[in-house]
Design a protein around this ligand. Structure first.
Ligand code: NDP
Ligand code: OXD
Length: 311
């Protein structure tokens, strides 16, 4: 069997688990990138944070697999030749874990879990009221791989669901809104707004005061897209005024978020360090292996990012 050499770069924190998982795939030789490595004969690169100059130094590069679903950093990497396809990560492990995160945070906001936690901390017996799920409209910005999977999970709980994408979707149980012109109607009256968009020039800053004002009073925000979707300066005033009751944030414009950032200590901001979901080493590598065999047999790669539209 010819083994495919897959160069692994820009994700050192995940290297050990990927090396371990690659042992179960005899067709893949996972090569950790290190300066001085002979780069000839390497057809495929698995990369997360761009390593300056690396892609341009691979004379035989045929495709780049992005370590994650969001490709915005690779798309602006000047080292990547325009003819080399950039493949987004679409794999069941990443999707499953993101649906867990969305469900976890949605129920946190739906049940206002913080009120119970605060009462417990004070030894206070304080039953509270919350509406039925079917009276709590939720909207998902981005109805792609992750947004649709999250929608399916939330439908099991009977939340009324809306989704927003560039193209209209036909997804049972989800009211589909498409394009910038339909964004206000999508947002109007939502009680929980979830962002699972890619970061592009059109989506940058979409989570801002003007759009919060269209939501129901005391709505909740869940951002697992990218930090650049949120206008950070608009969040604290929206929480202070009661326009938003709380926010779950997994992604930030600066990562790691500096320790003195006010979000850390806000009682209604629930933060996770950009790990709402991660690519699963085993299922992620199996997916890359499947794509490489397609490519080697002359079939087109799937989930190739479109450089024009930016995702
Ligand atoms: P997809 O490409 O499958 O879906 C993107 C969705 O966004 C599509 O429905 C697309 O519309 C929609 N969209 C893009 N631009 C616009 C726009 N201008 N107006 C309206 N809709 C738009 O991506 P995934 O679902 O796989 O991933 C989404 C994002 O989630 C990633 O790009 C990344 O930023 C984030 N992510 C975060 C993780 C974390 O741990 N926090 C982990 C993984 C991903 P259409 O369907 O019409 O093309
Ligand atoms: C991704 C991410 O895009 O982890 O996959 O953020």
């Amino acid at each position: 069997m010819t083994r495919t050499r897959l160069l692994f770069a820009g994700a050192d924190e995940y290297l050990a688990t990927f090396v371990e998982a690659a042992r179960t795939l005899p067709e893949i030789e996972l090569l950790p990138y290190e300066p001085g490595l002979d780069l000839k004969g390497i057809d495929y690169l698995l990369m997360w944070r761009p390593v300056p100059g690396l892609a341009a130094a691979l004379p035989d590069l045929k495709a780049v697999f992005c370590f994650g679903a969001g490709v915005e950093r690779l798309l602006v990497n000047p080292d990547l030749p325009a003819h080399v396809p950039i493949v987004r990560m679409v794999e069941p492990g990443l999707t499953q874990v993101m649906t867990e995160y969305i469900l976890w945070q949605t129920l946190r906001h739906h049940r206002r879990i913080w009120e119970l936690e605060e009462a417990q901390a004070e030894g206070r017996w304080a039953p509270h009221w919350y509406p039925a799920a079917w009276d709590r409209p939720i909207g998902i910005l981005g109805l792609g791989e992750l947004g649709q999977a999250a929608a399916r999970k939330l439908l099991d709980f009977d939340f009324p669901l809306r989704g927003w994408s560039r193209h209209r979707k036909d997804l049972a149980g989800v009211q589909s809104f498409a394009g910038a012109a339909e964004l206000p109607d999508f947002l109007r009256g939502l009680q929980i707004l979830i962002c699972l968009l890619p970061l592009t020039p059109e989506t940058t800053g979409i989570l801002r005061a003007e759009h919060f004002a269209l939501l129901a009073p005391a709505a909740s925000l869940i951002n697992a897209g990218r930090g650049g979707h949120l206008v950070e300066a608009d969040l604290l005033p929206a929480l202070d005024s009661g326009q938003l009751q709380a926010a779950s944030l997994d992604v930030f414009s600066r990562e790691p978020l500096p320790p003195d950032h006010p979000f850390w200590r806000h009682p209604r901001i629930f933060m996770t360090p950009h790990n709402a979901s991660d690519t699963n080493p085993a299922s992620g590598l199996r997916e890359i292996s499947r794509q490489i065999s397609r490519h080697r047999s002359g079939l087109p790669l799937e989930h190739v990012a479109d450089r024009q539209r930016g995702y």
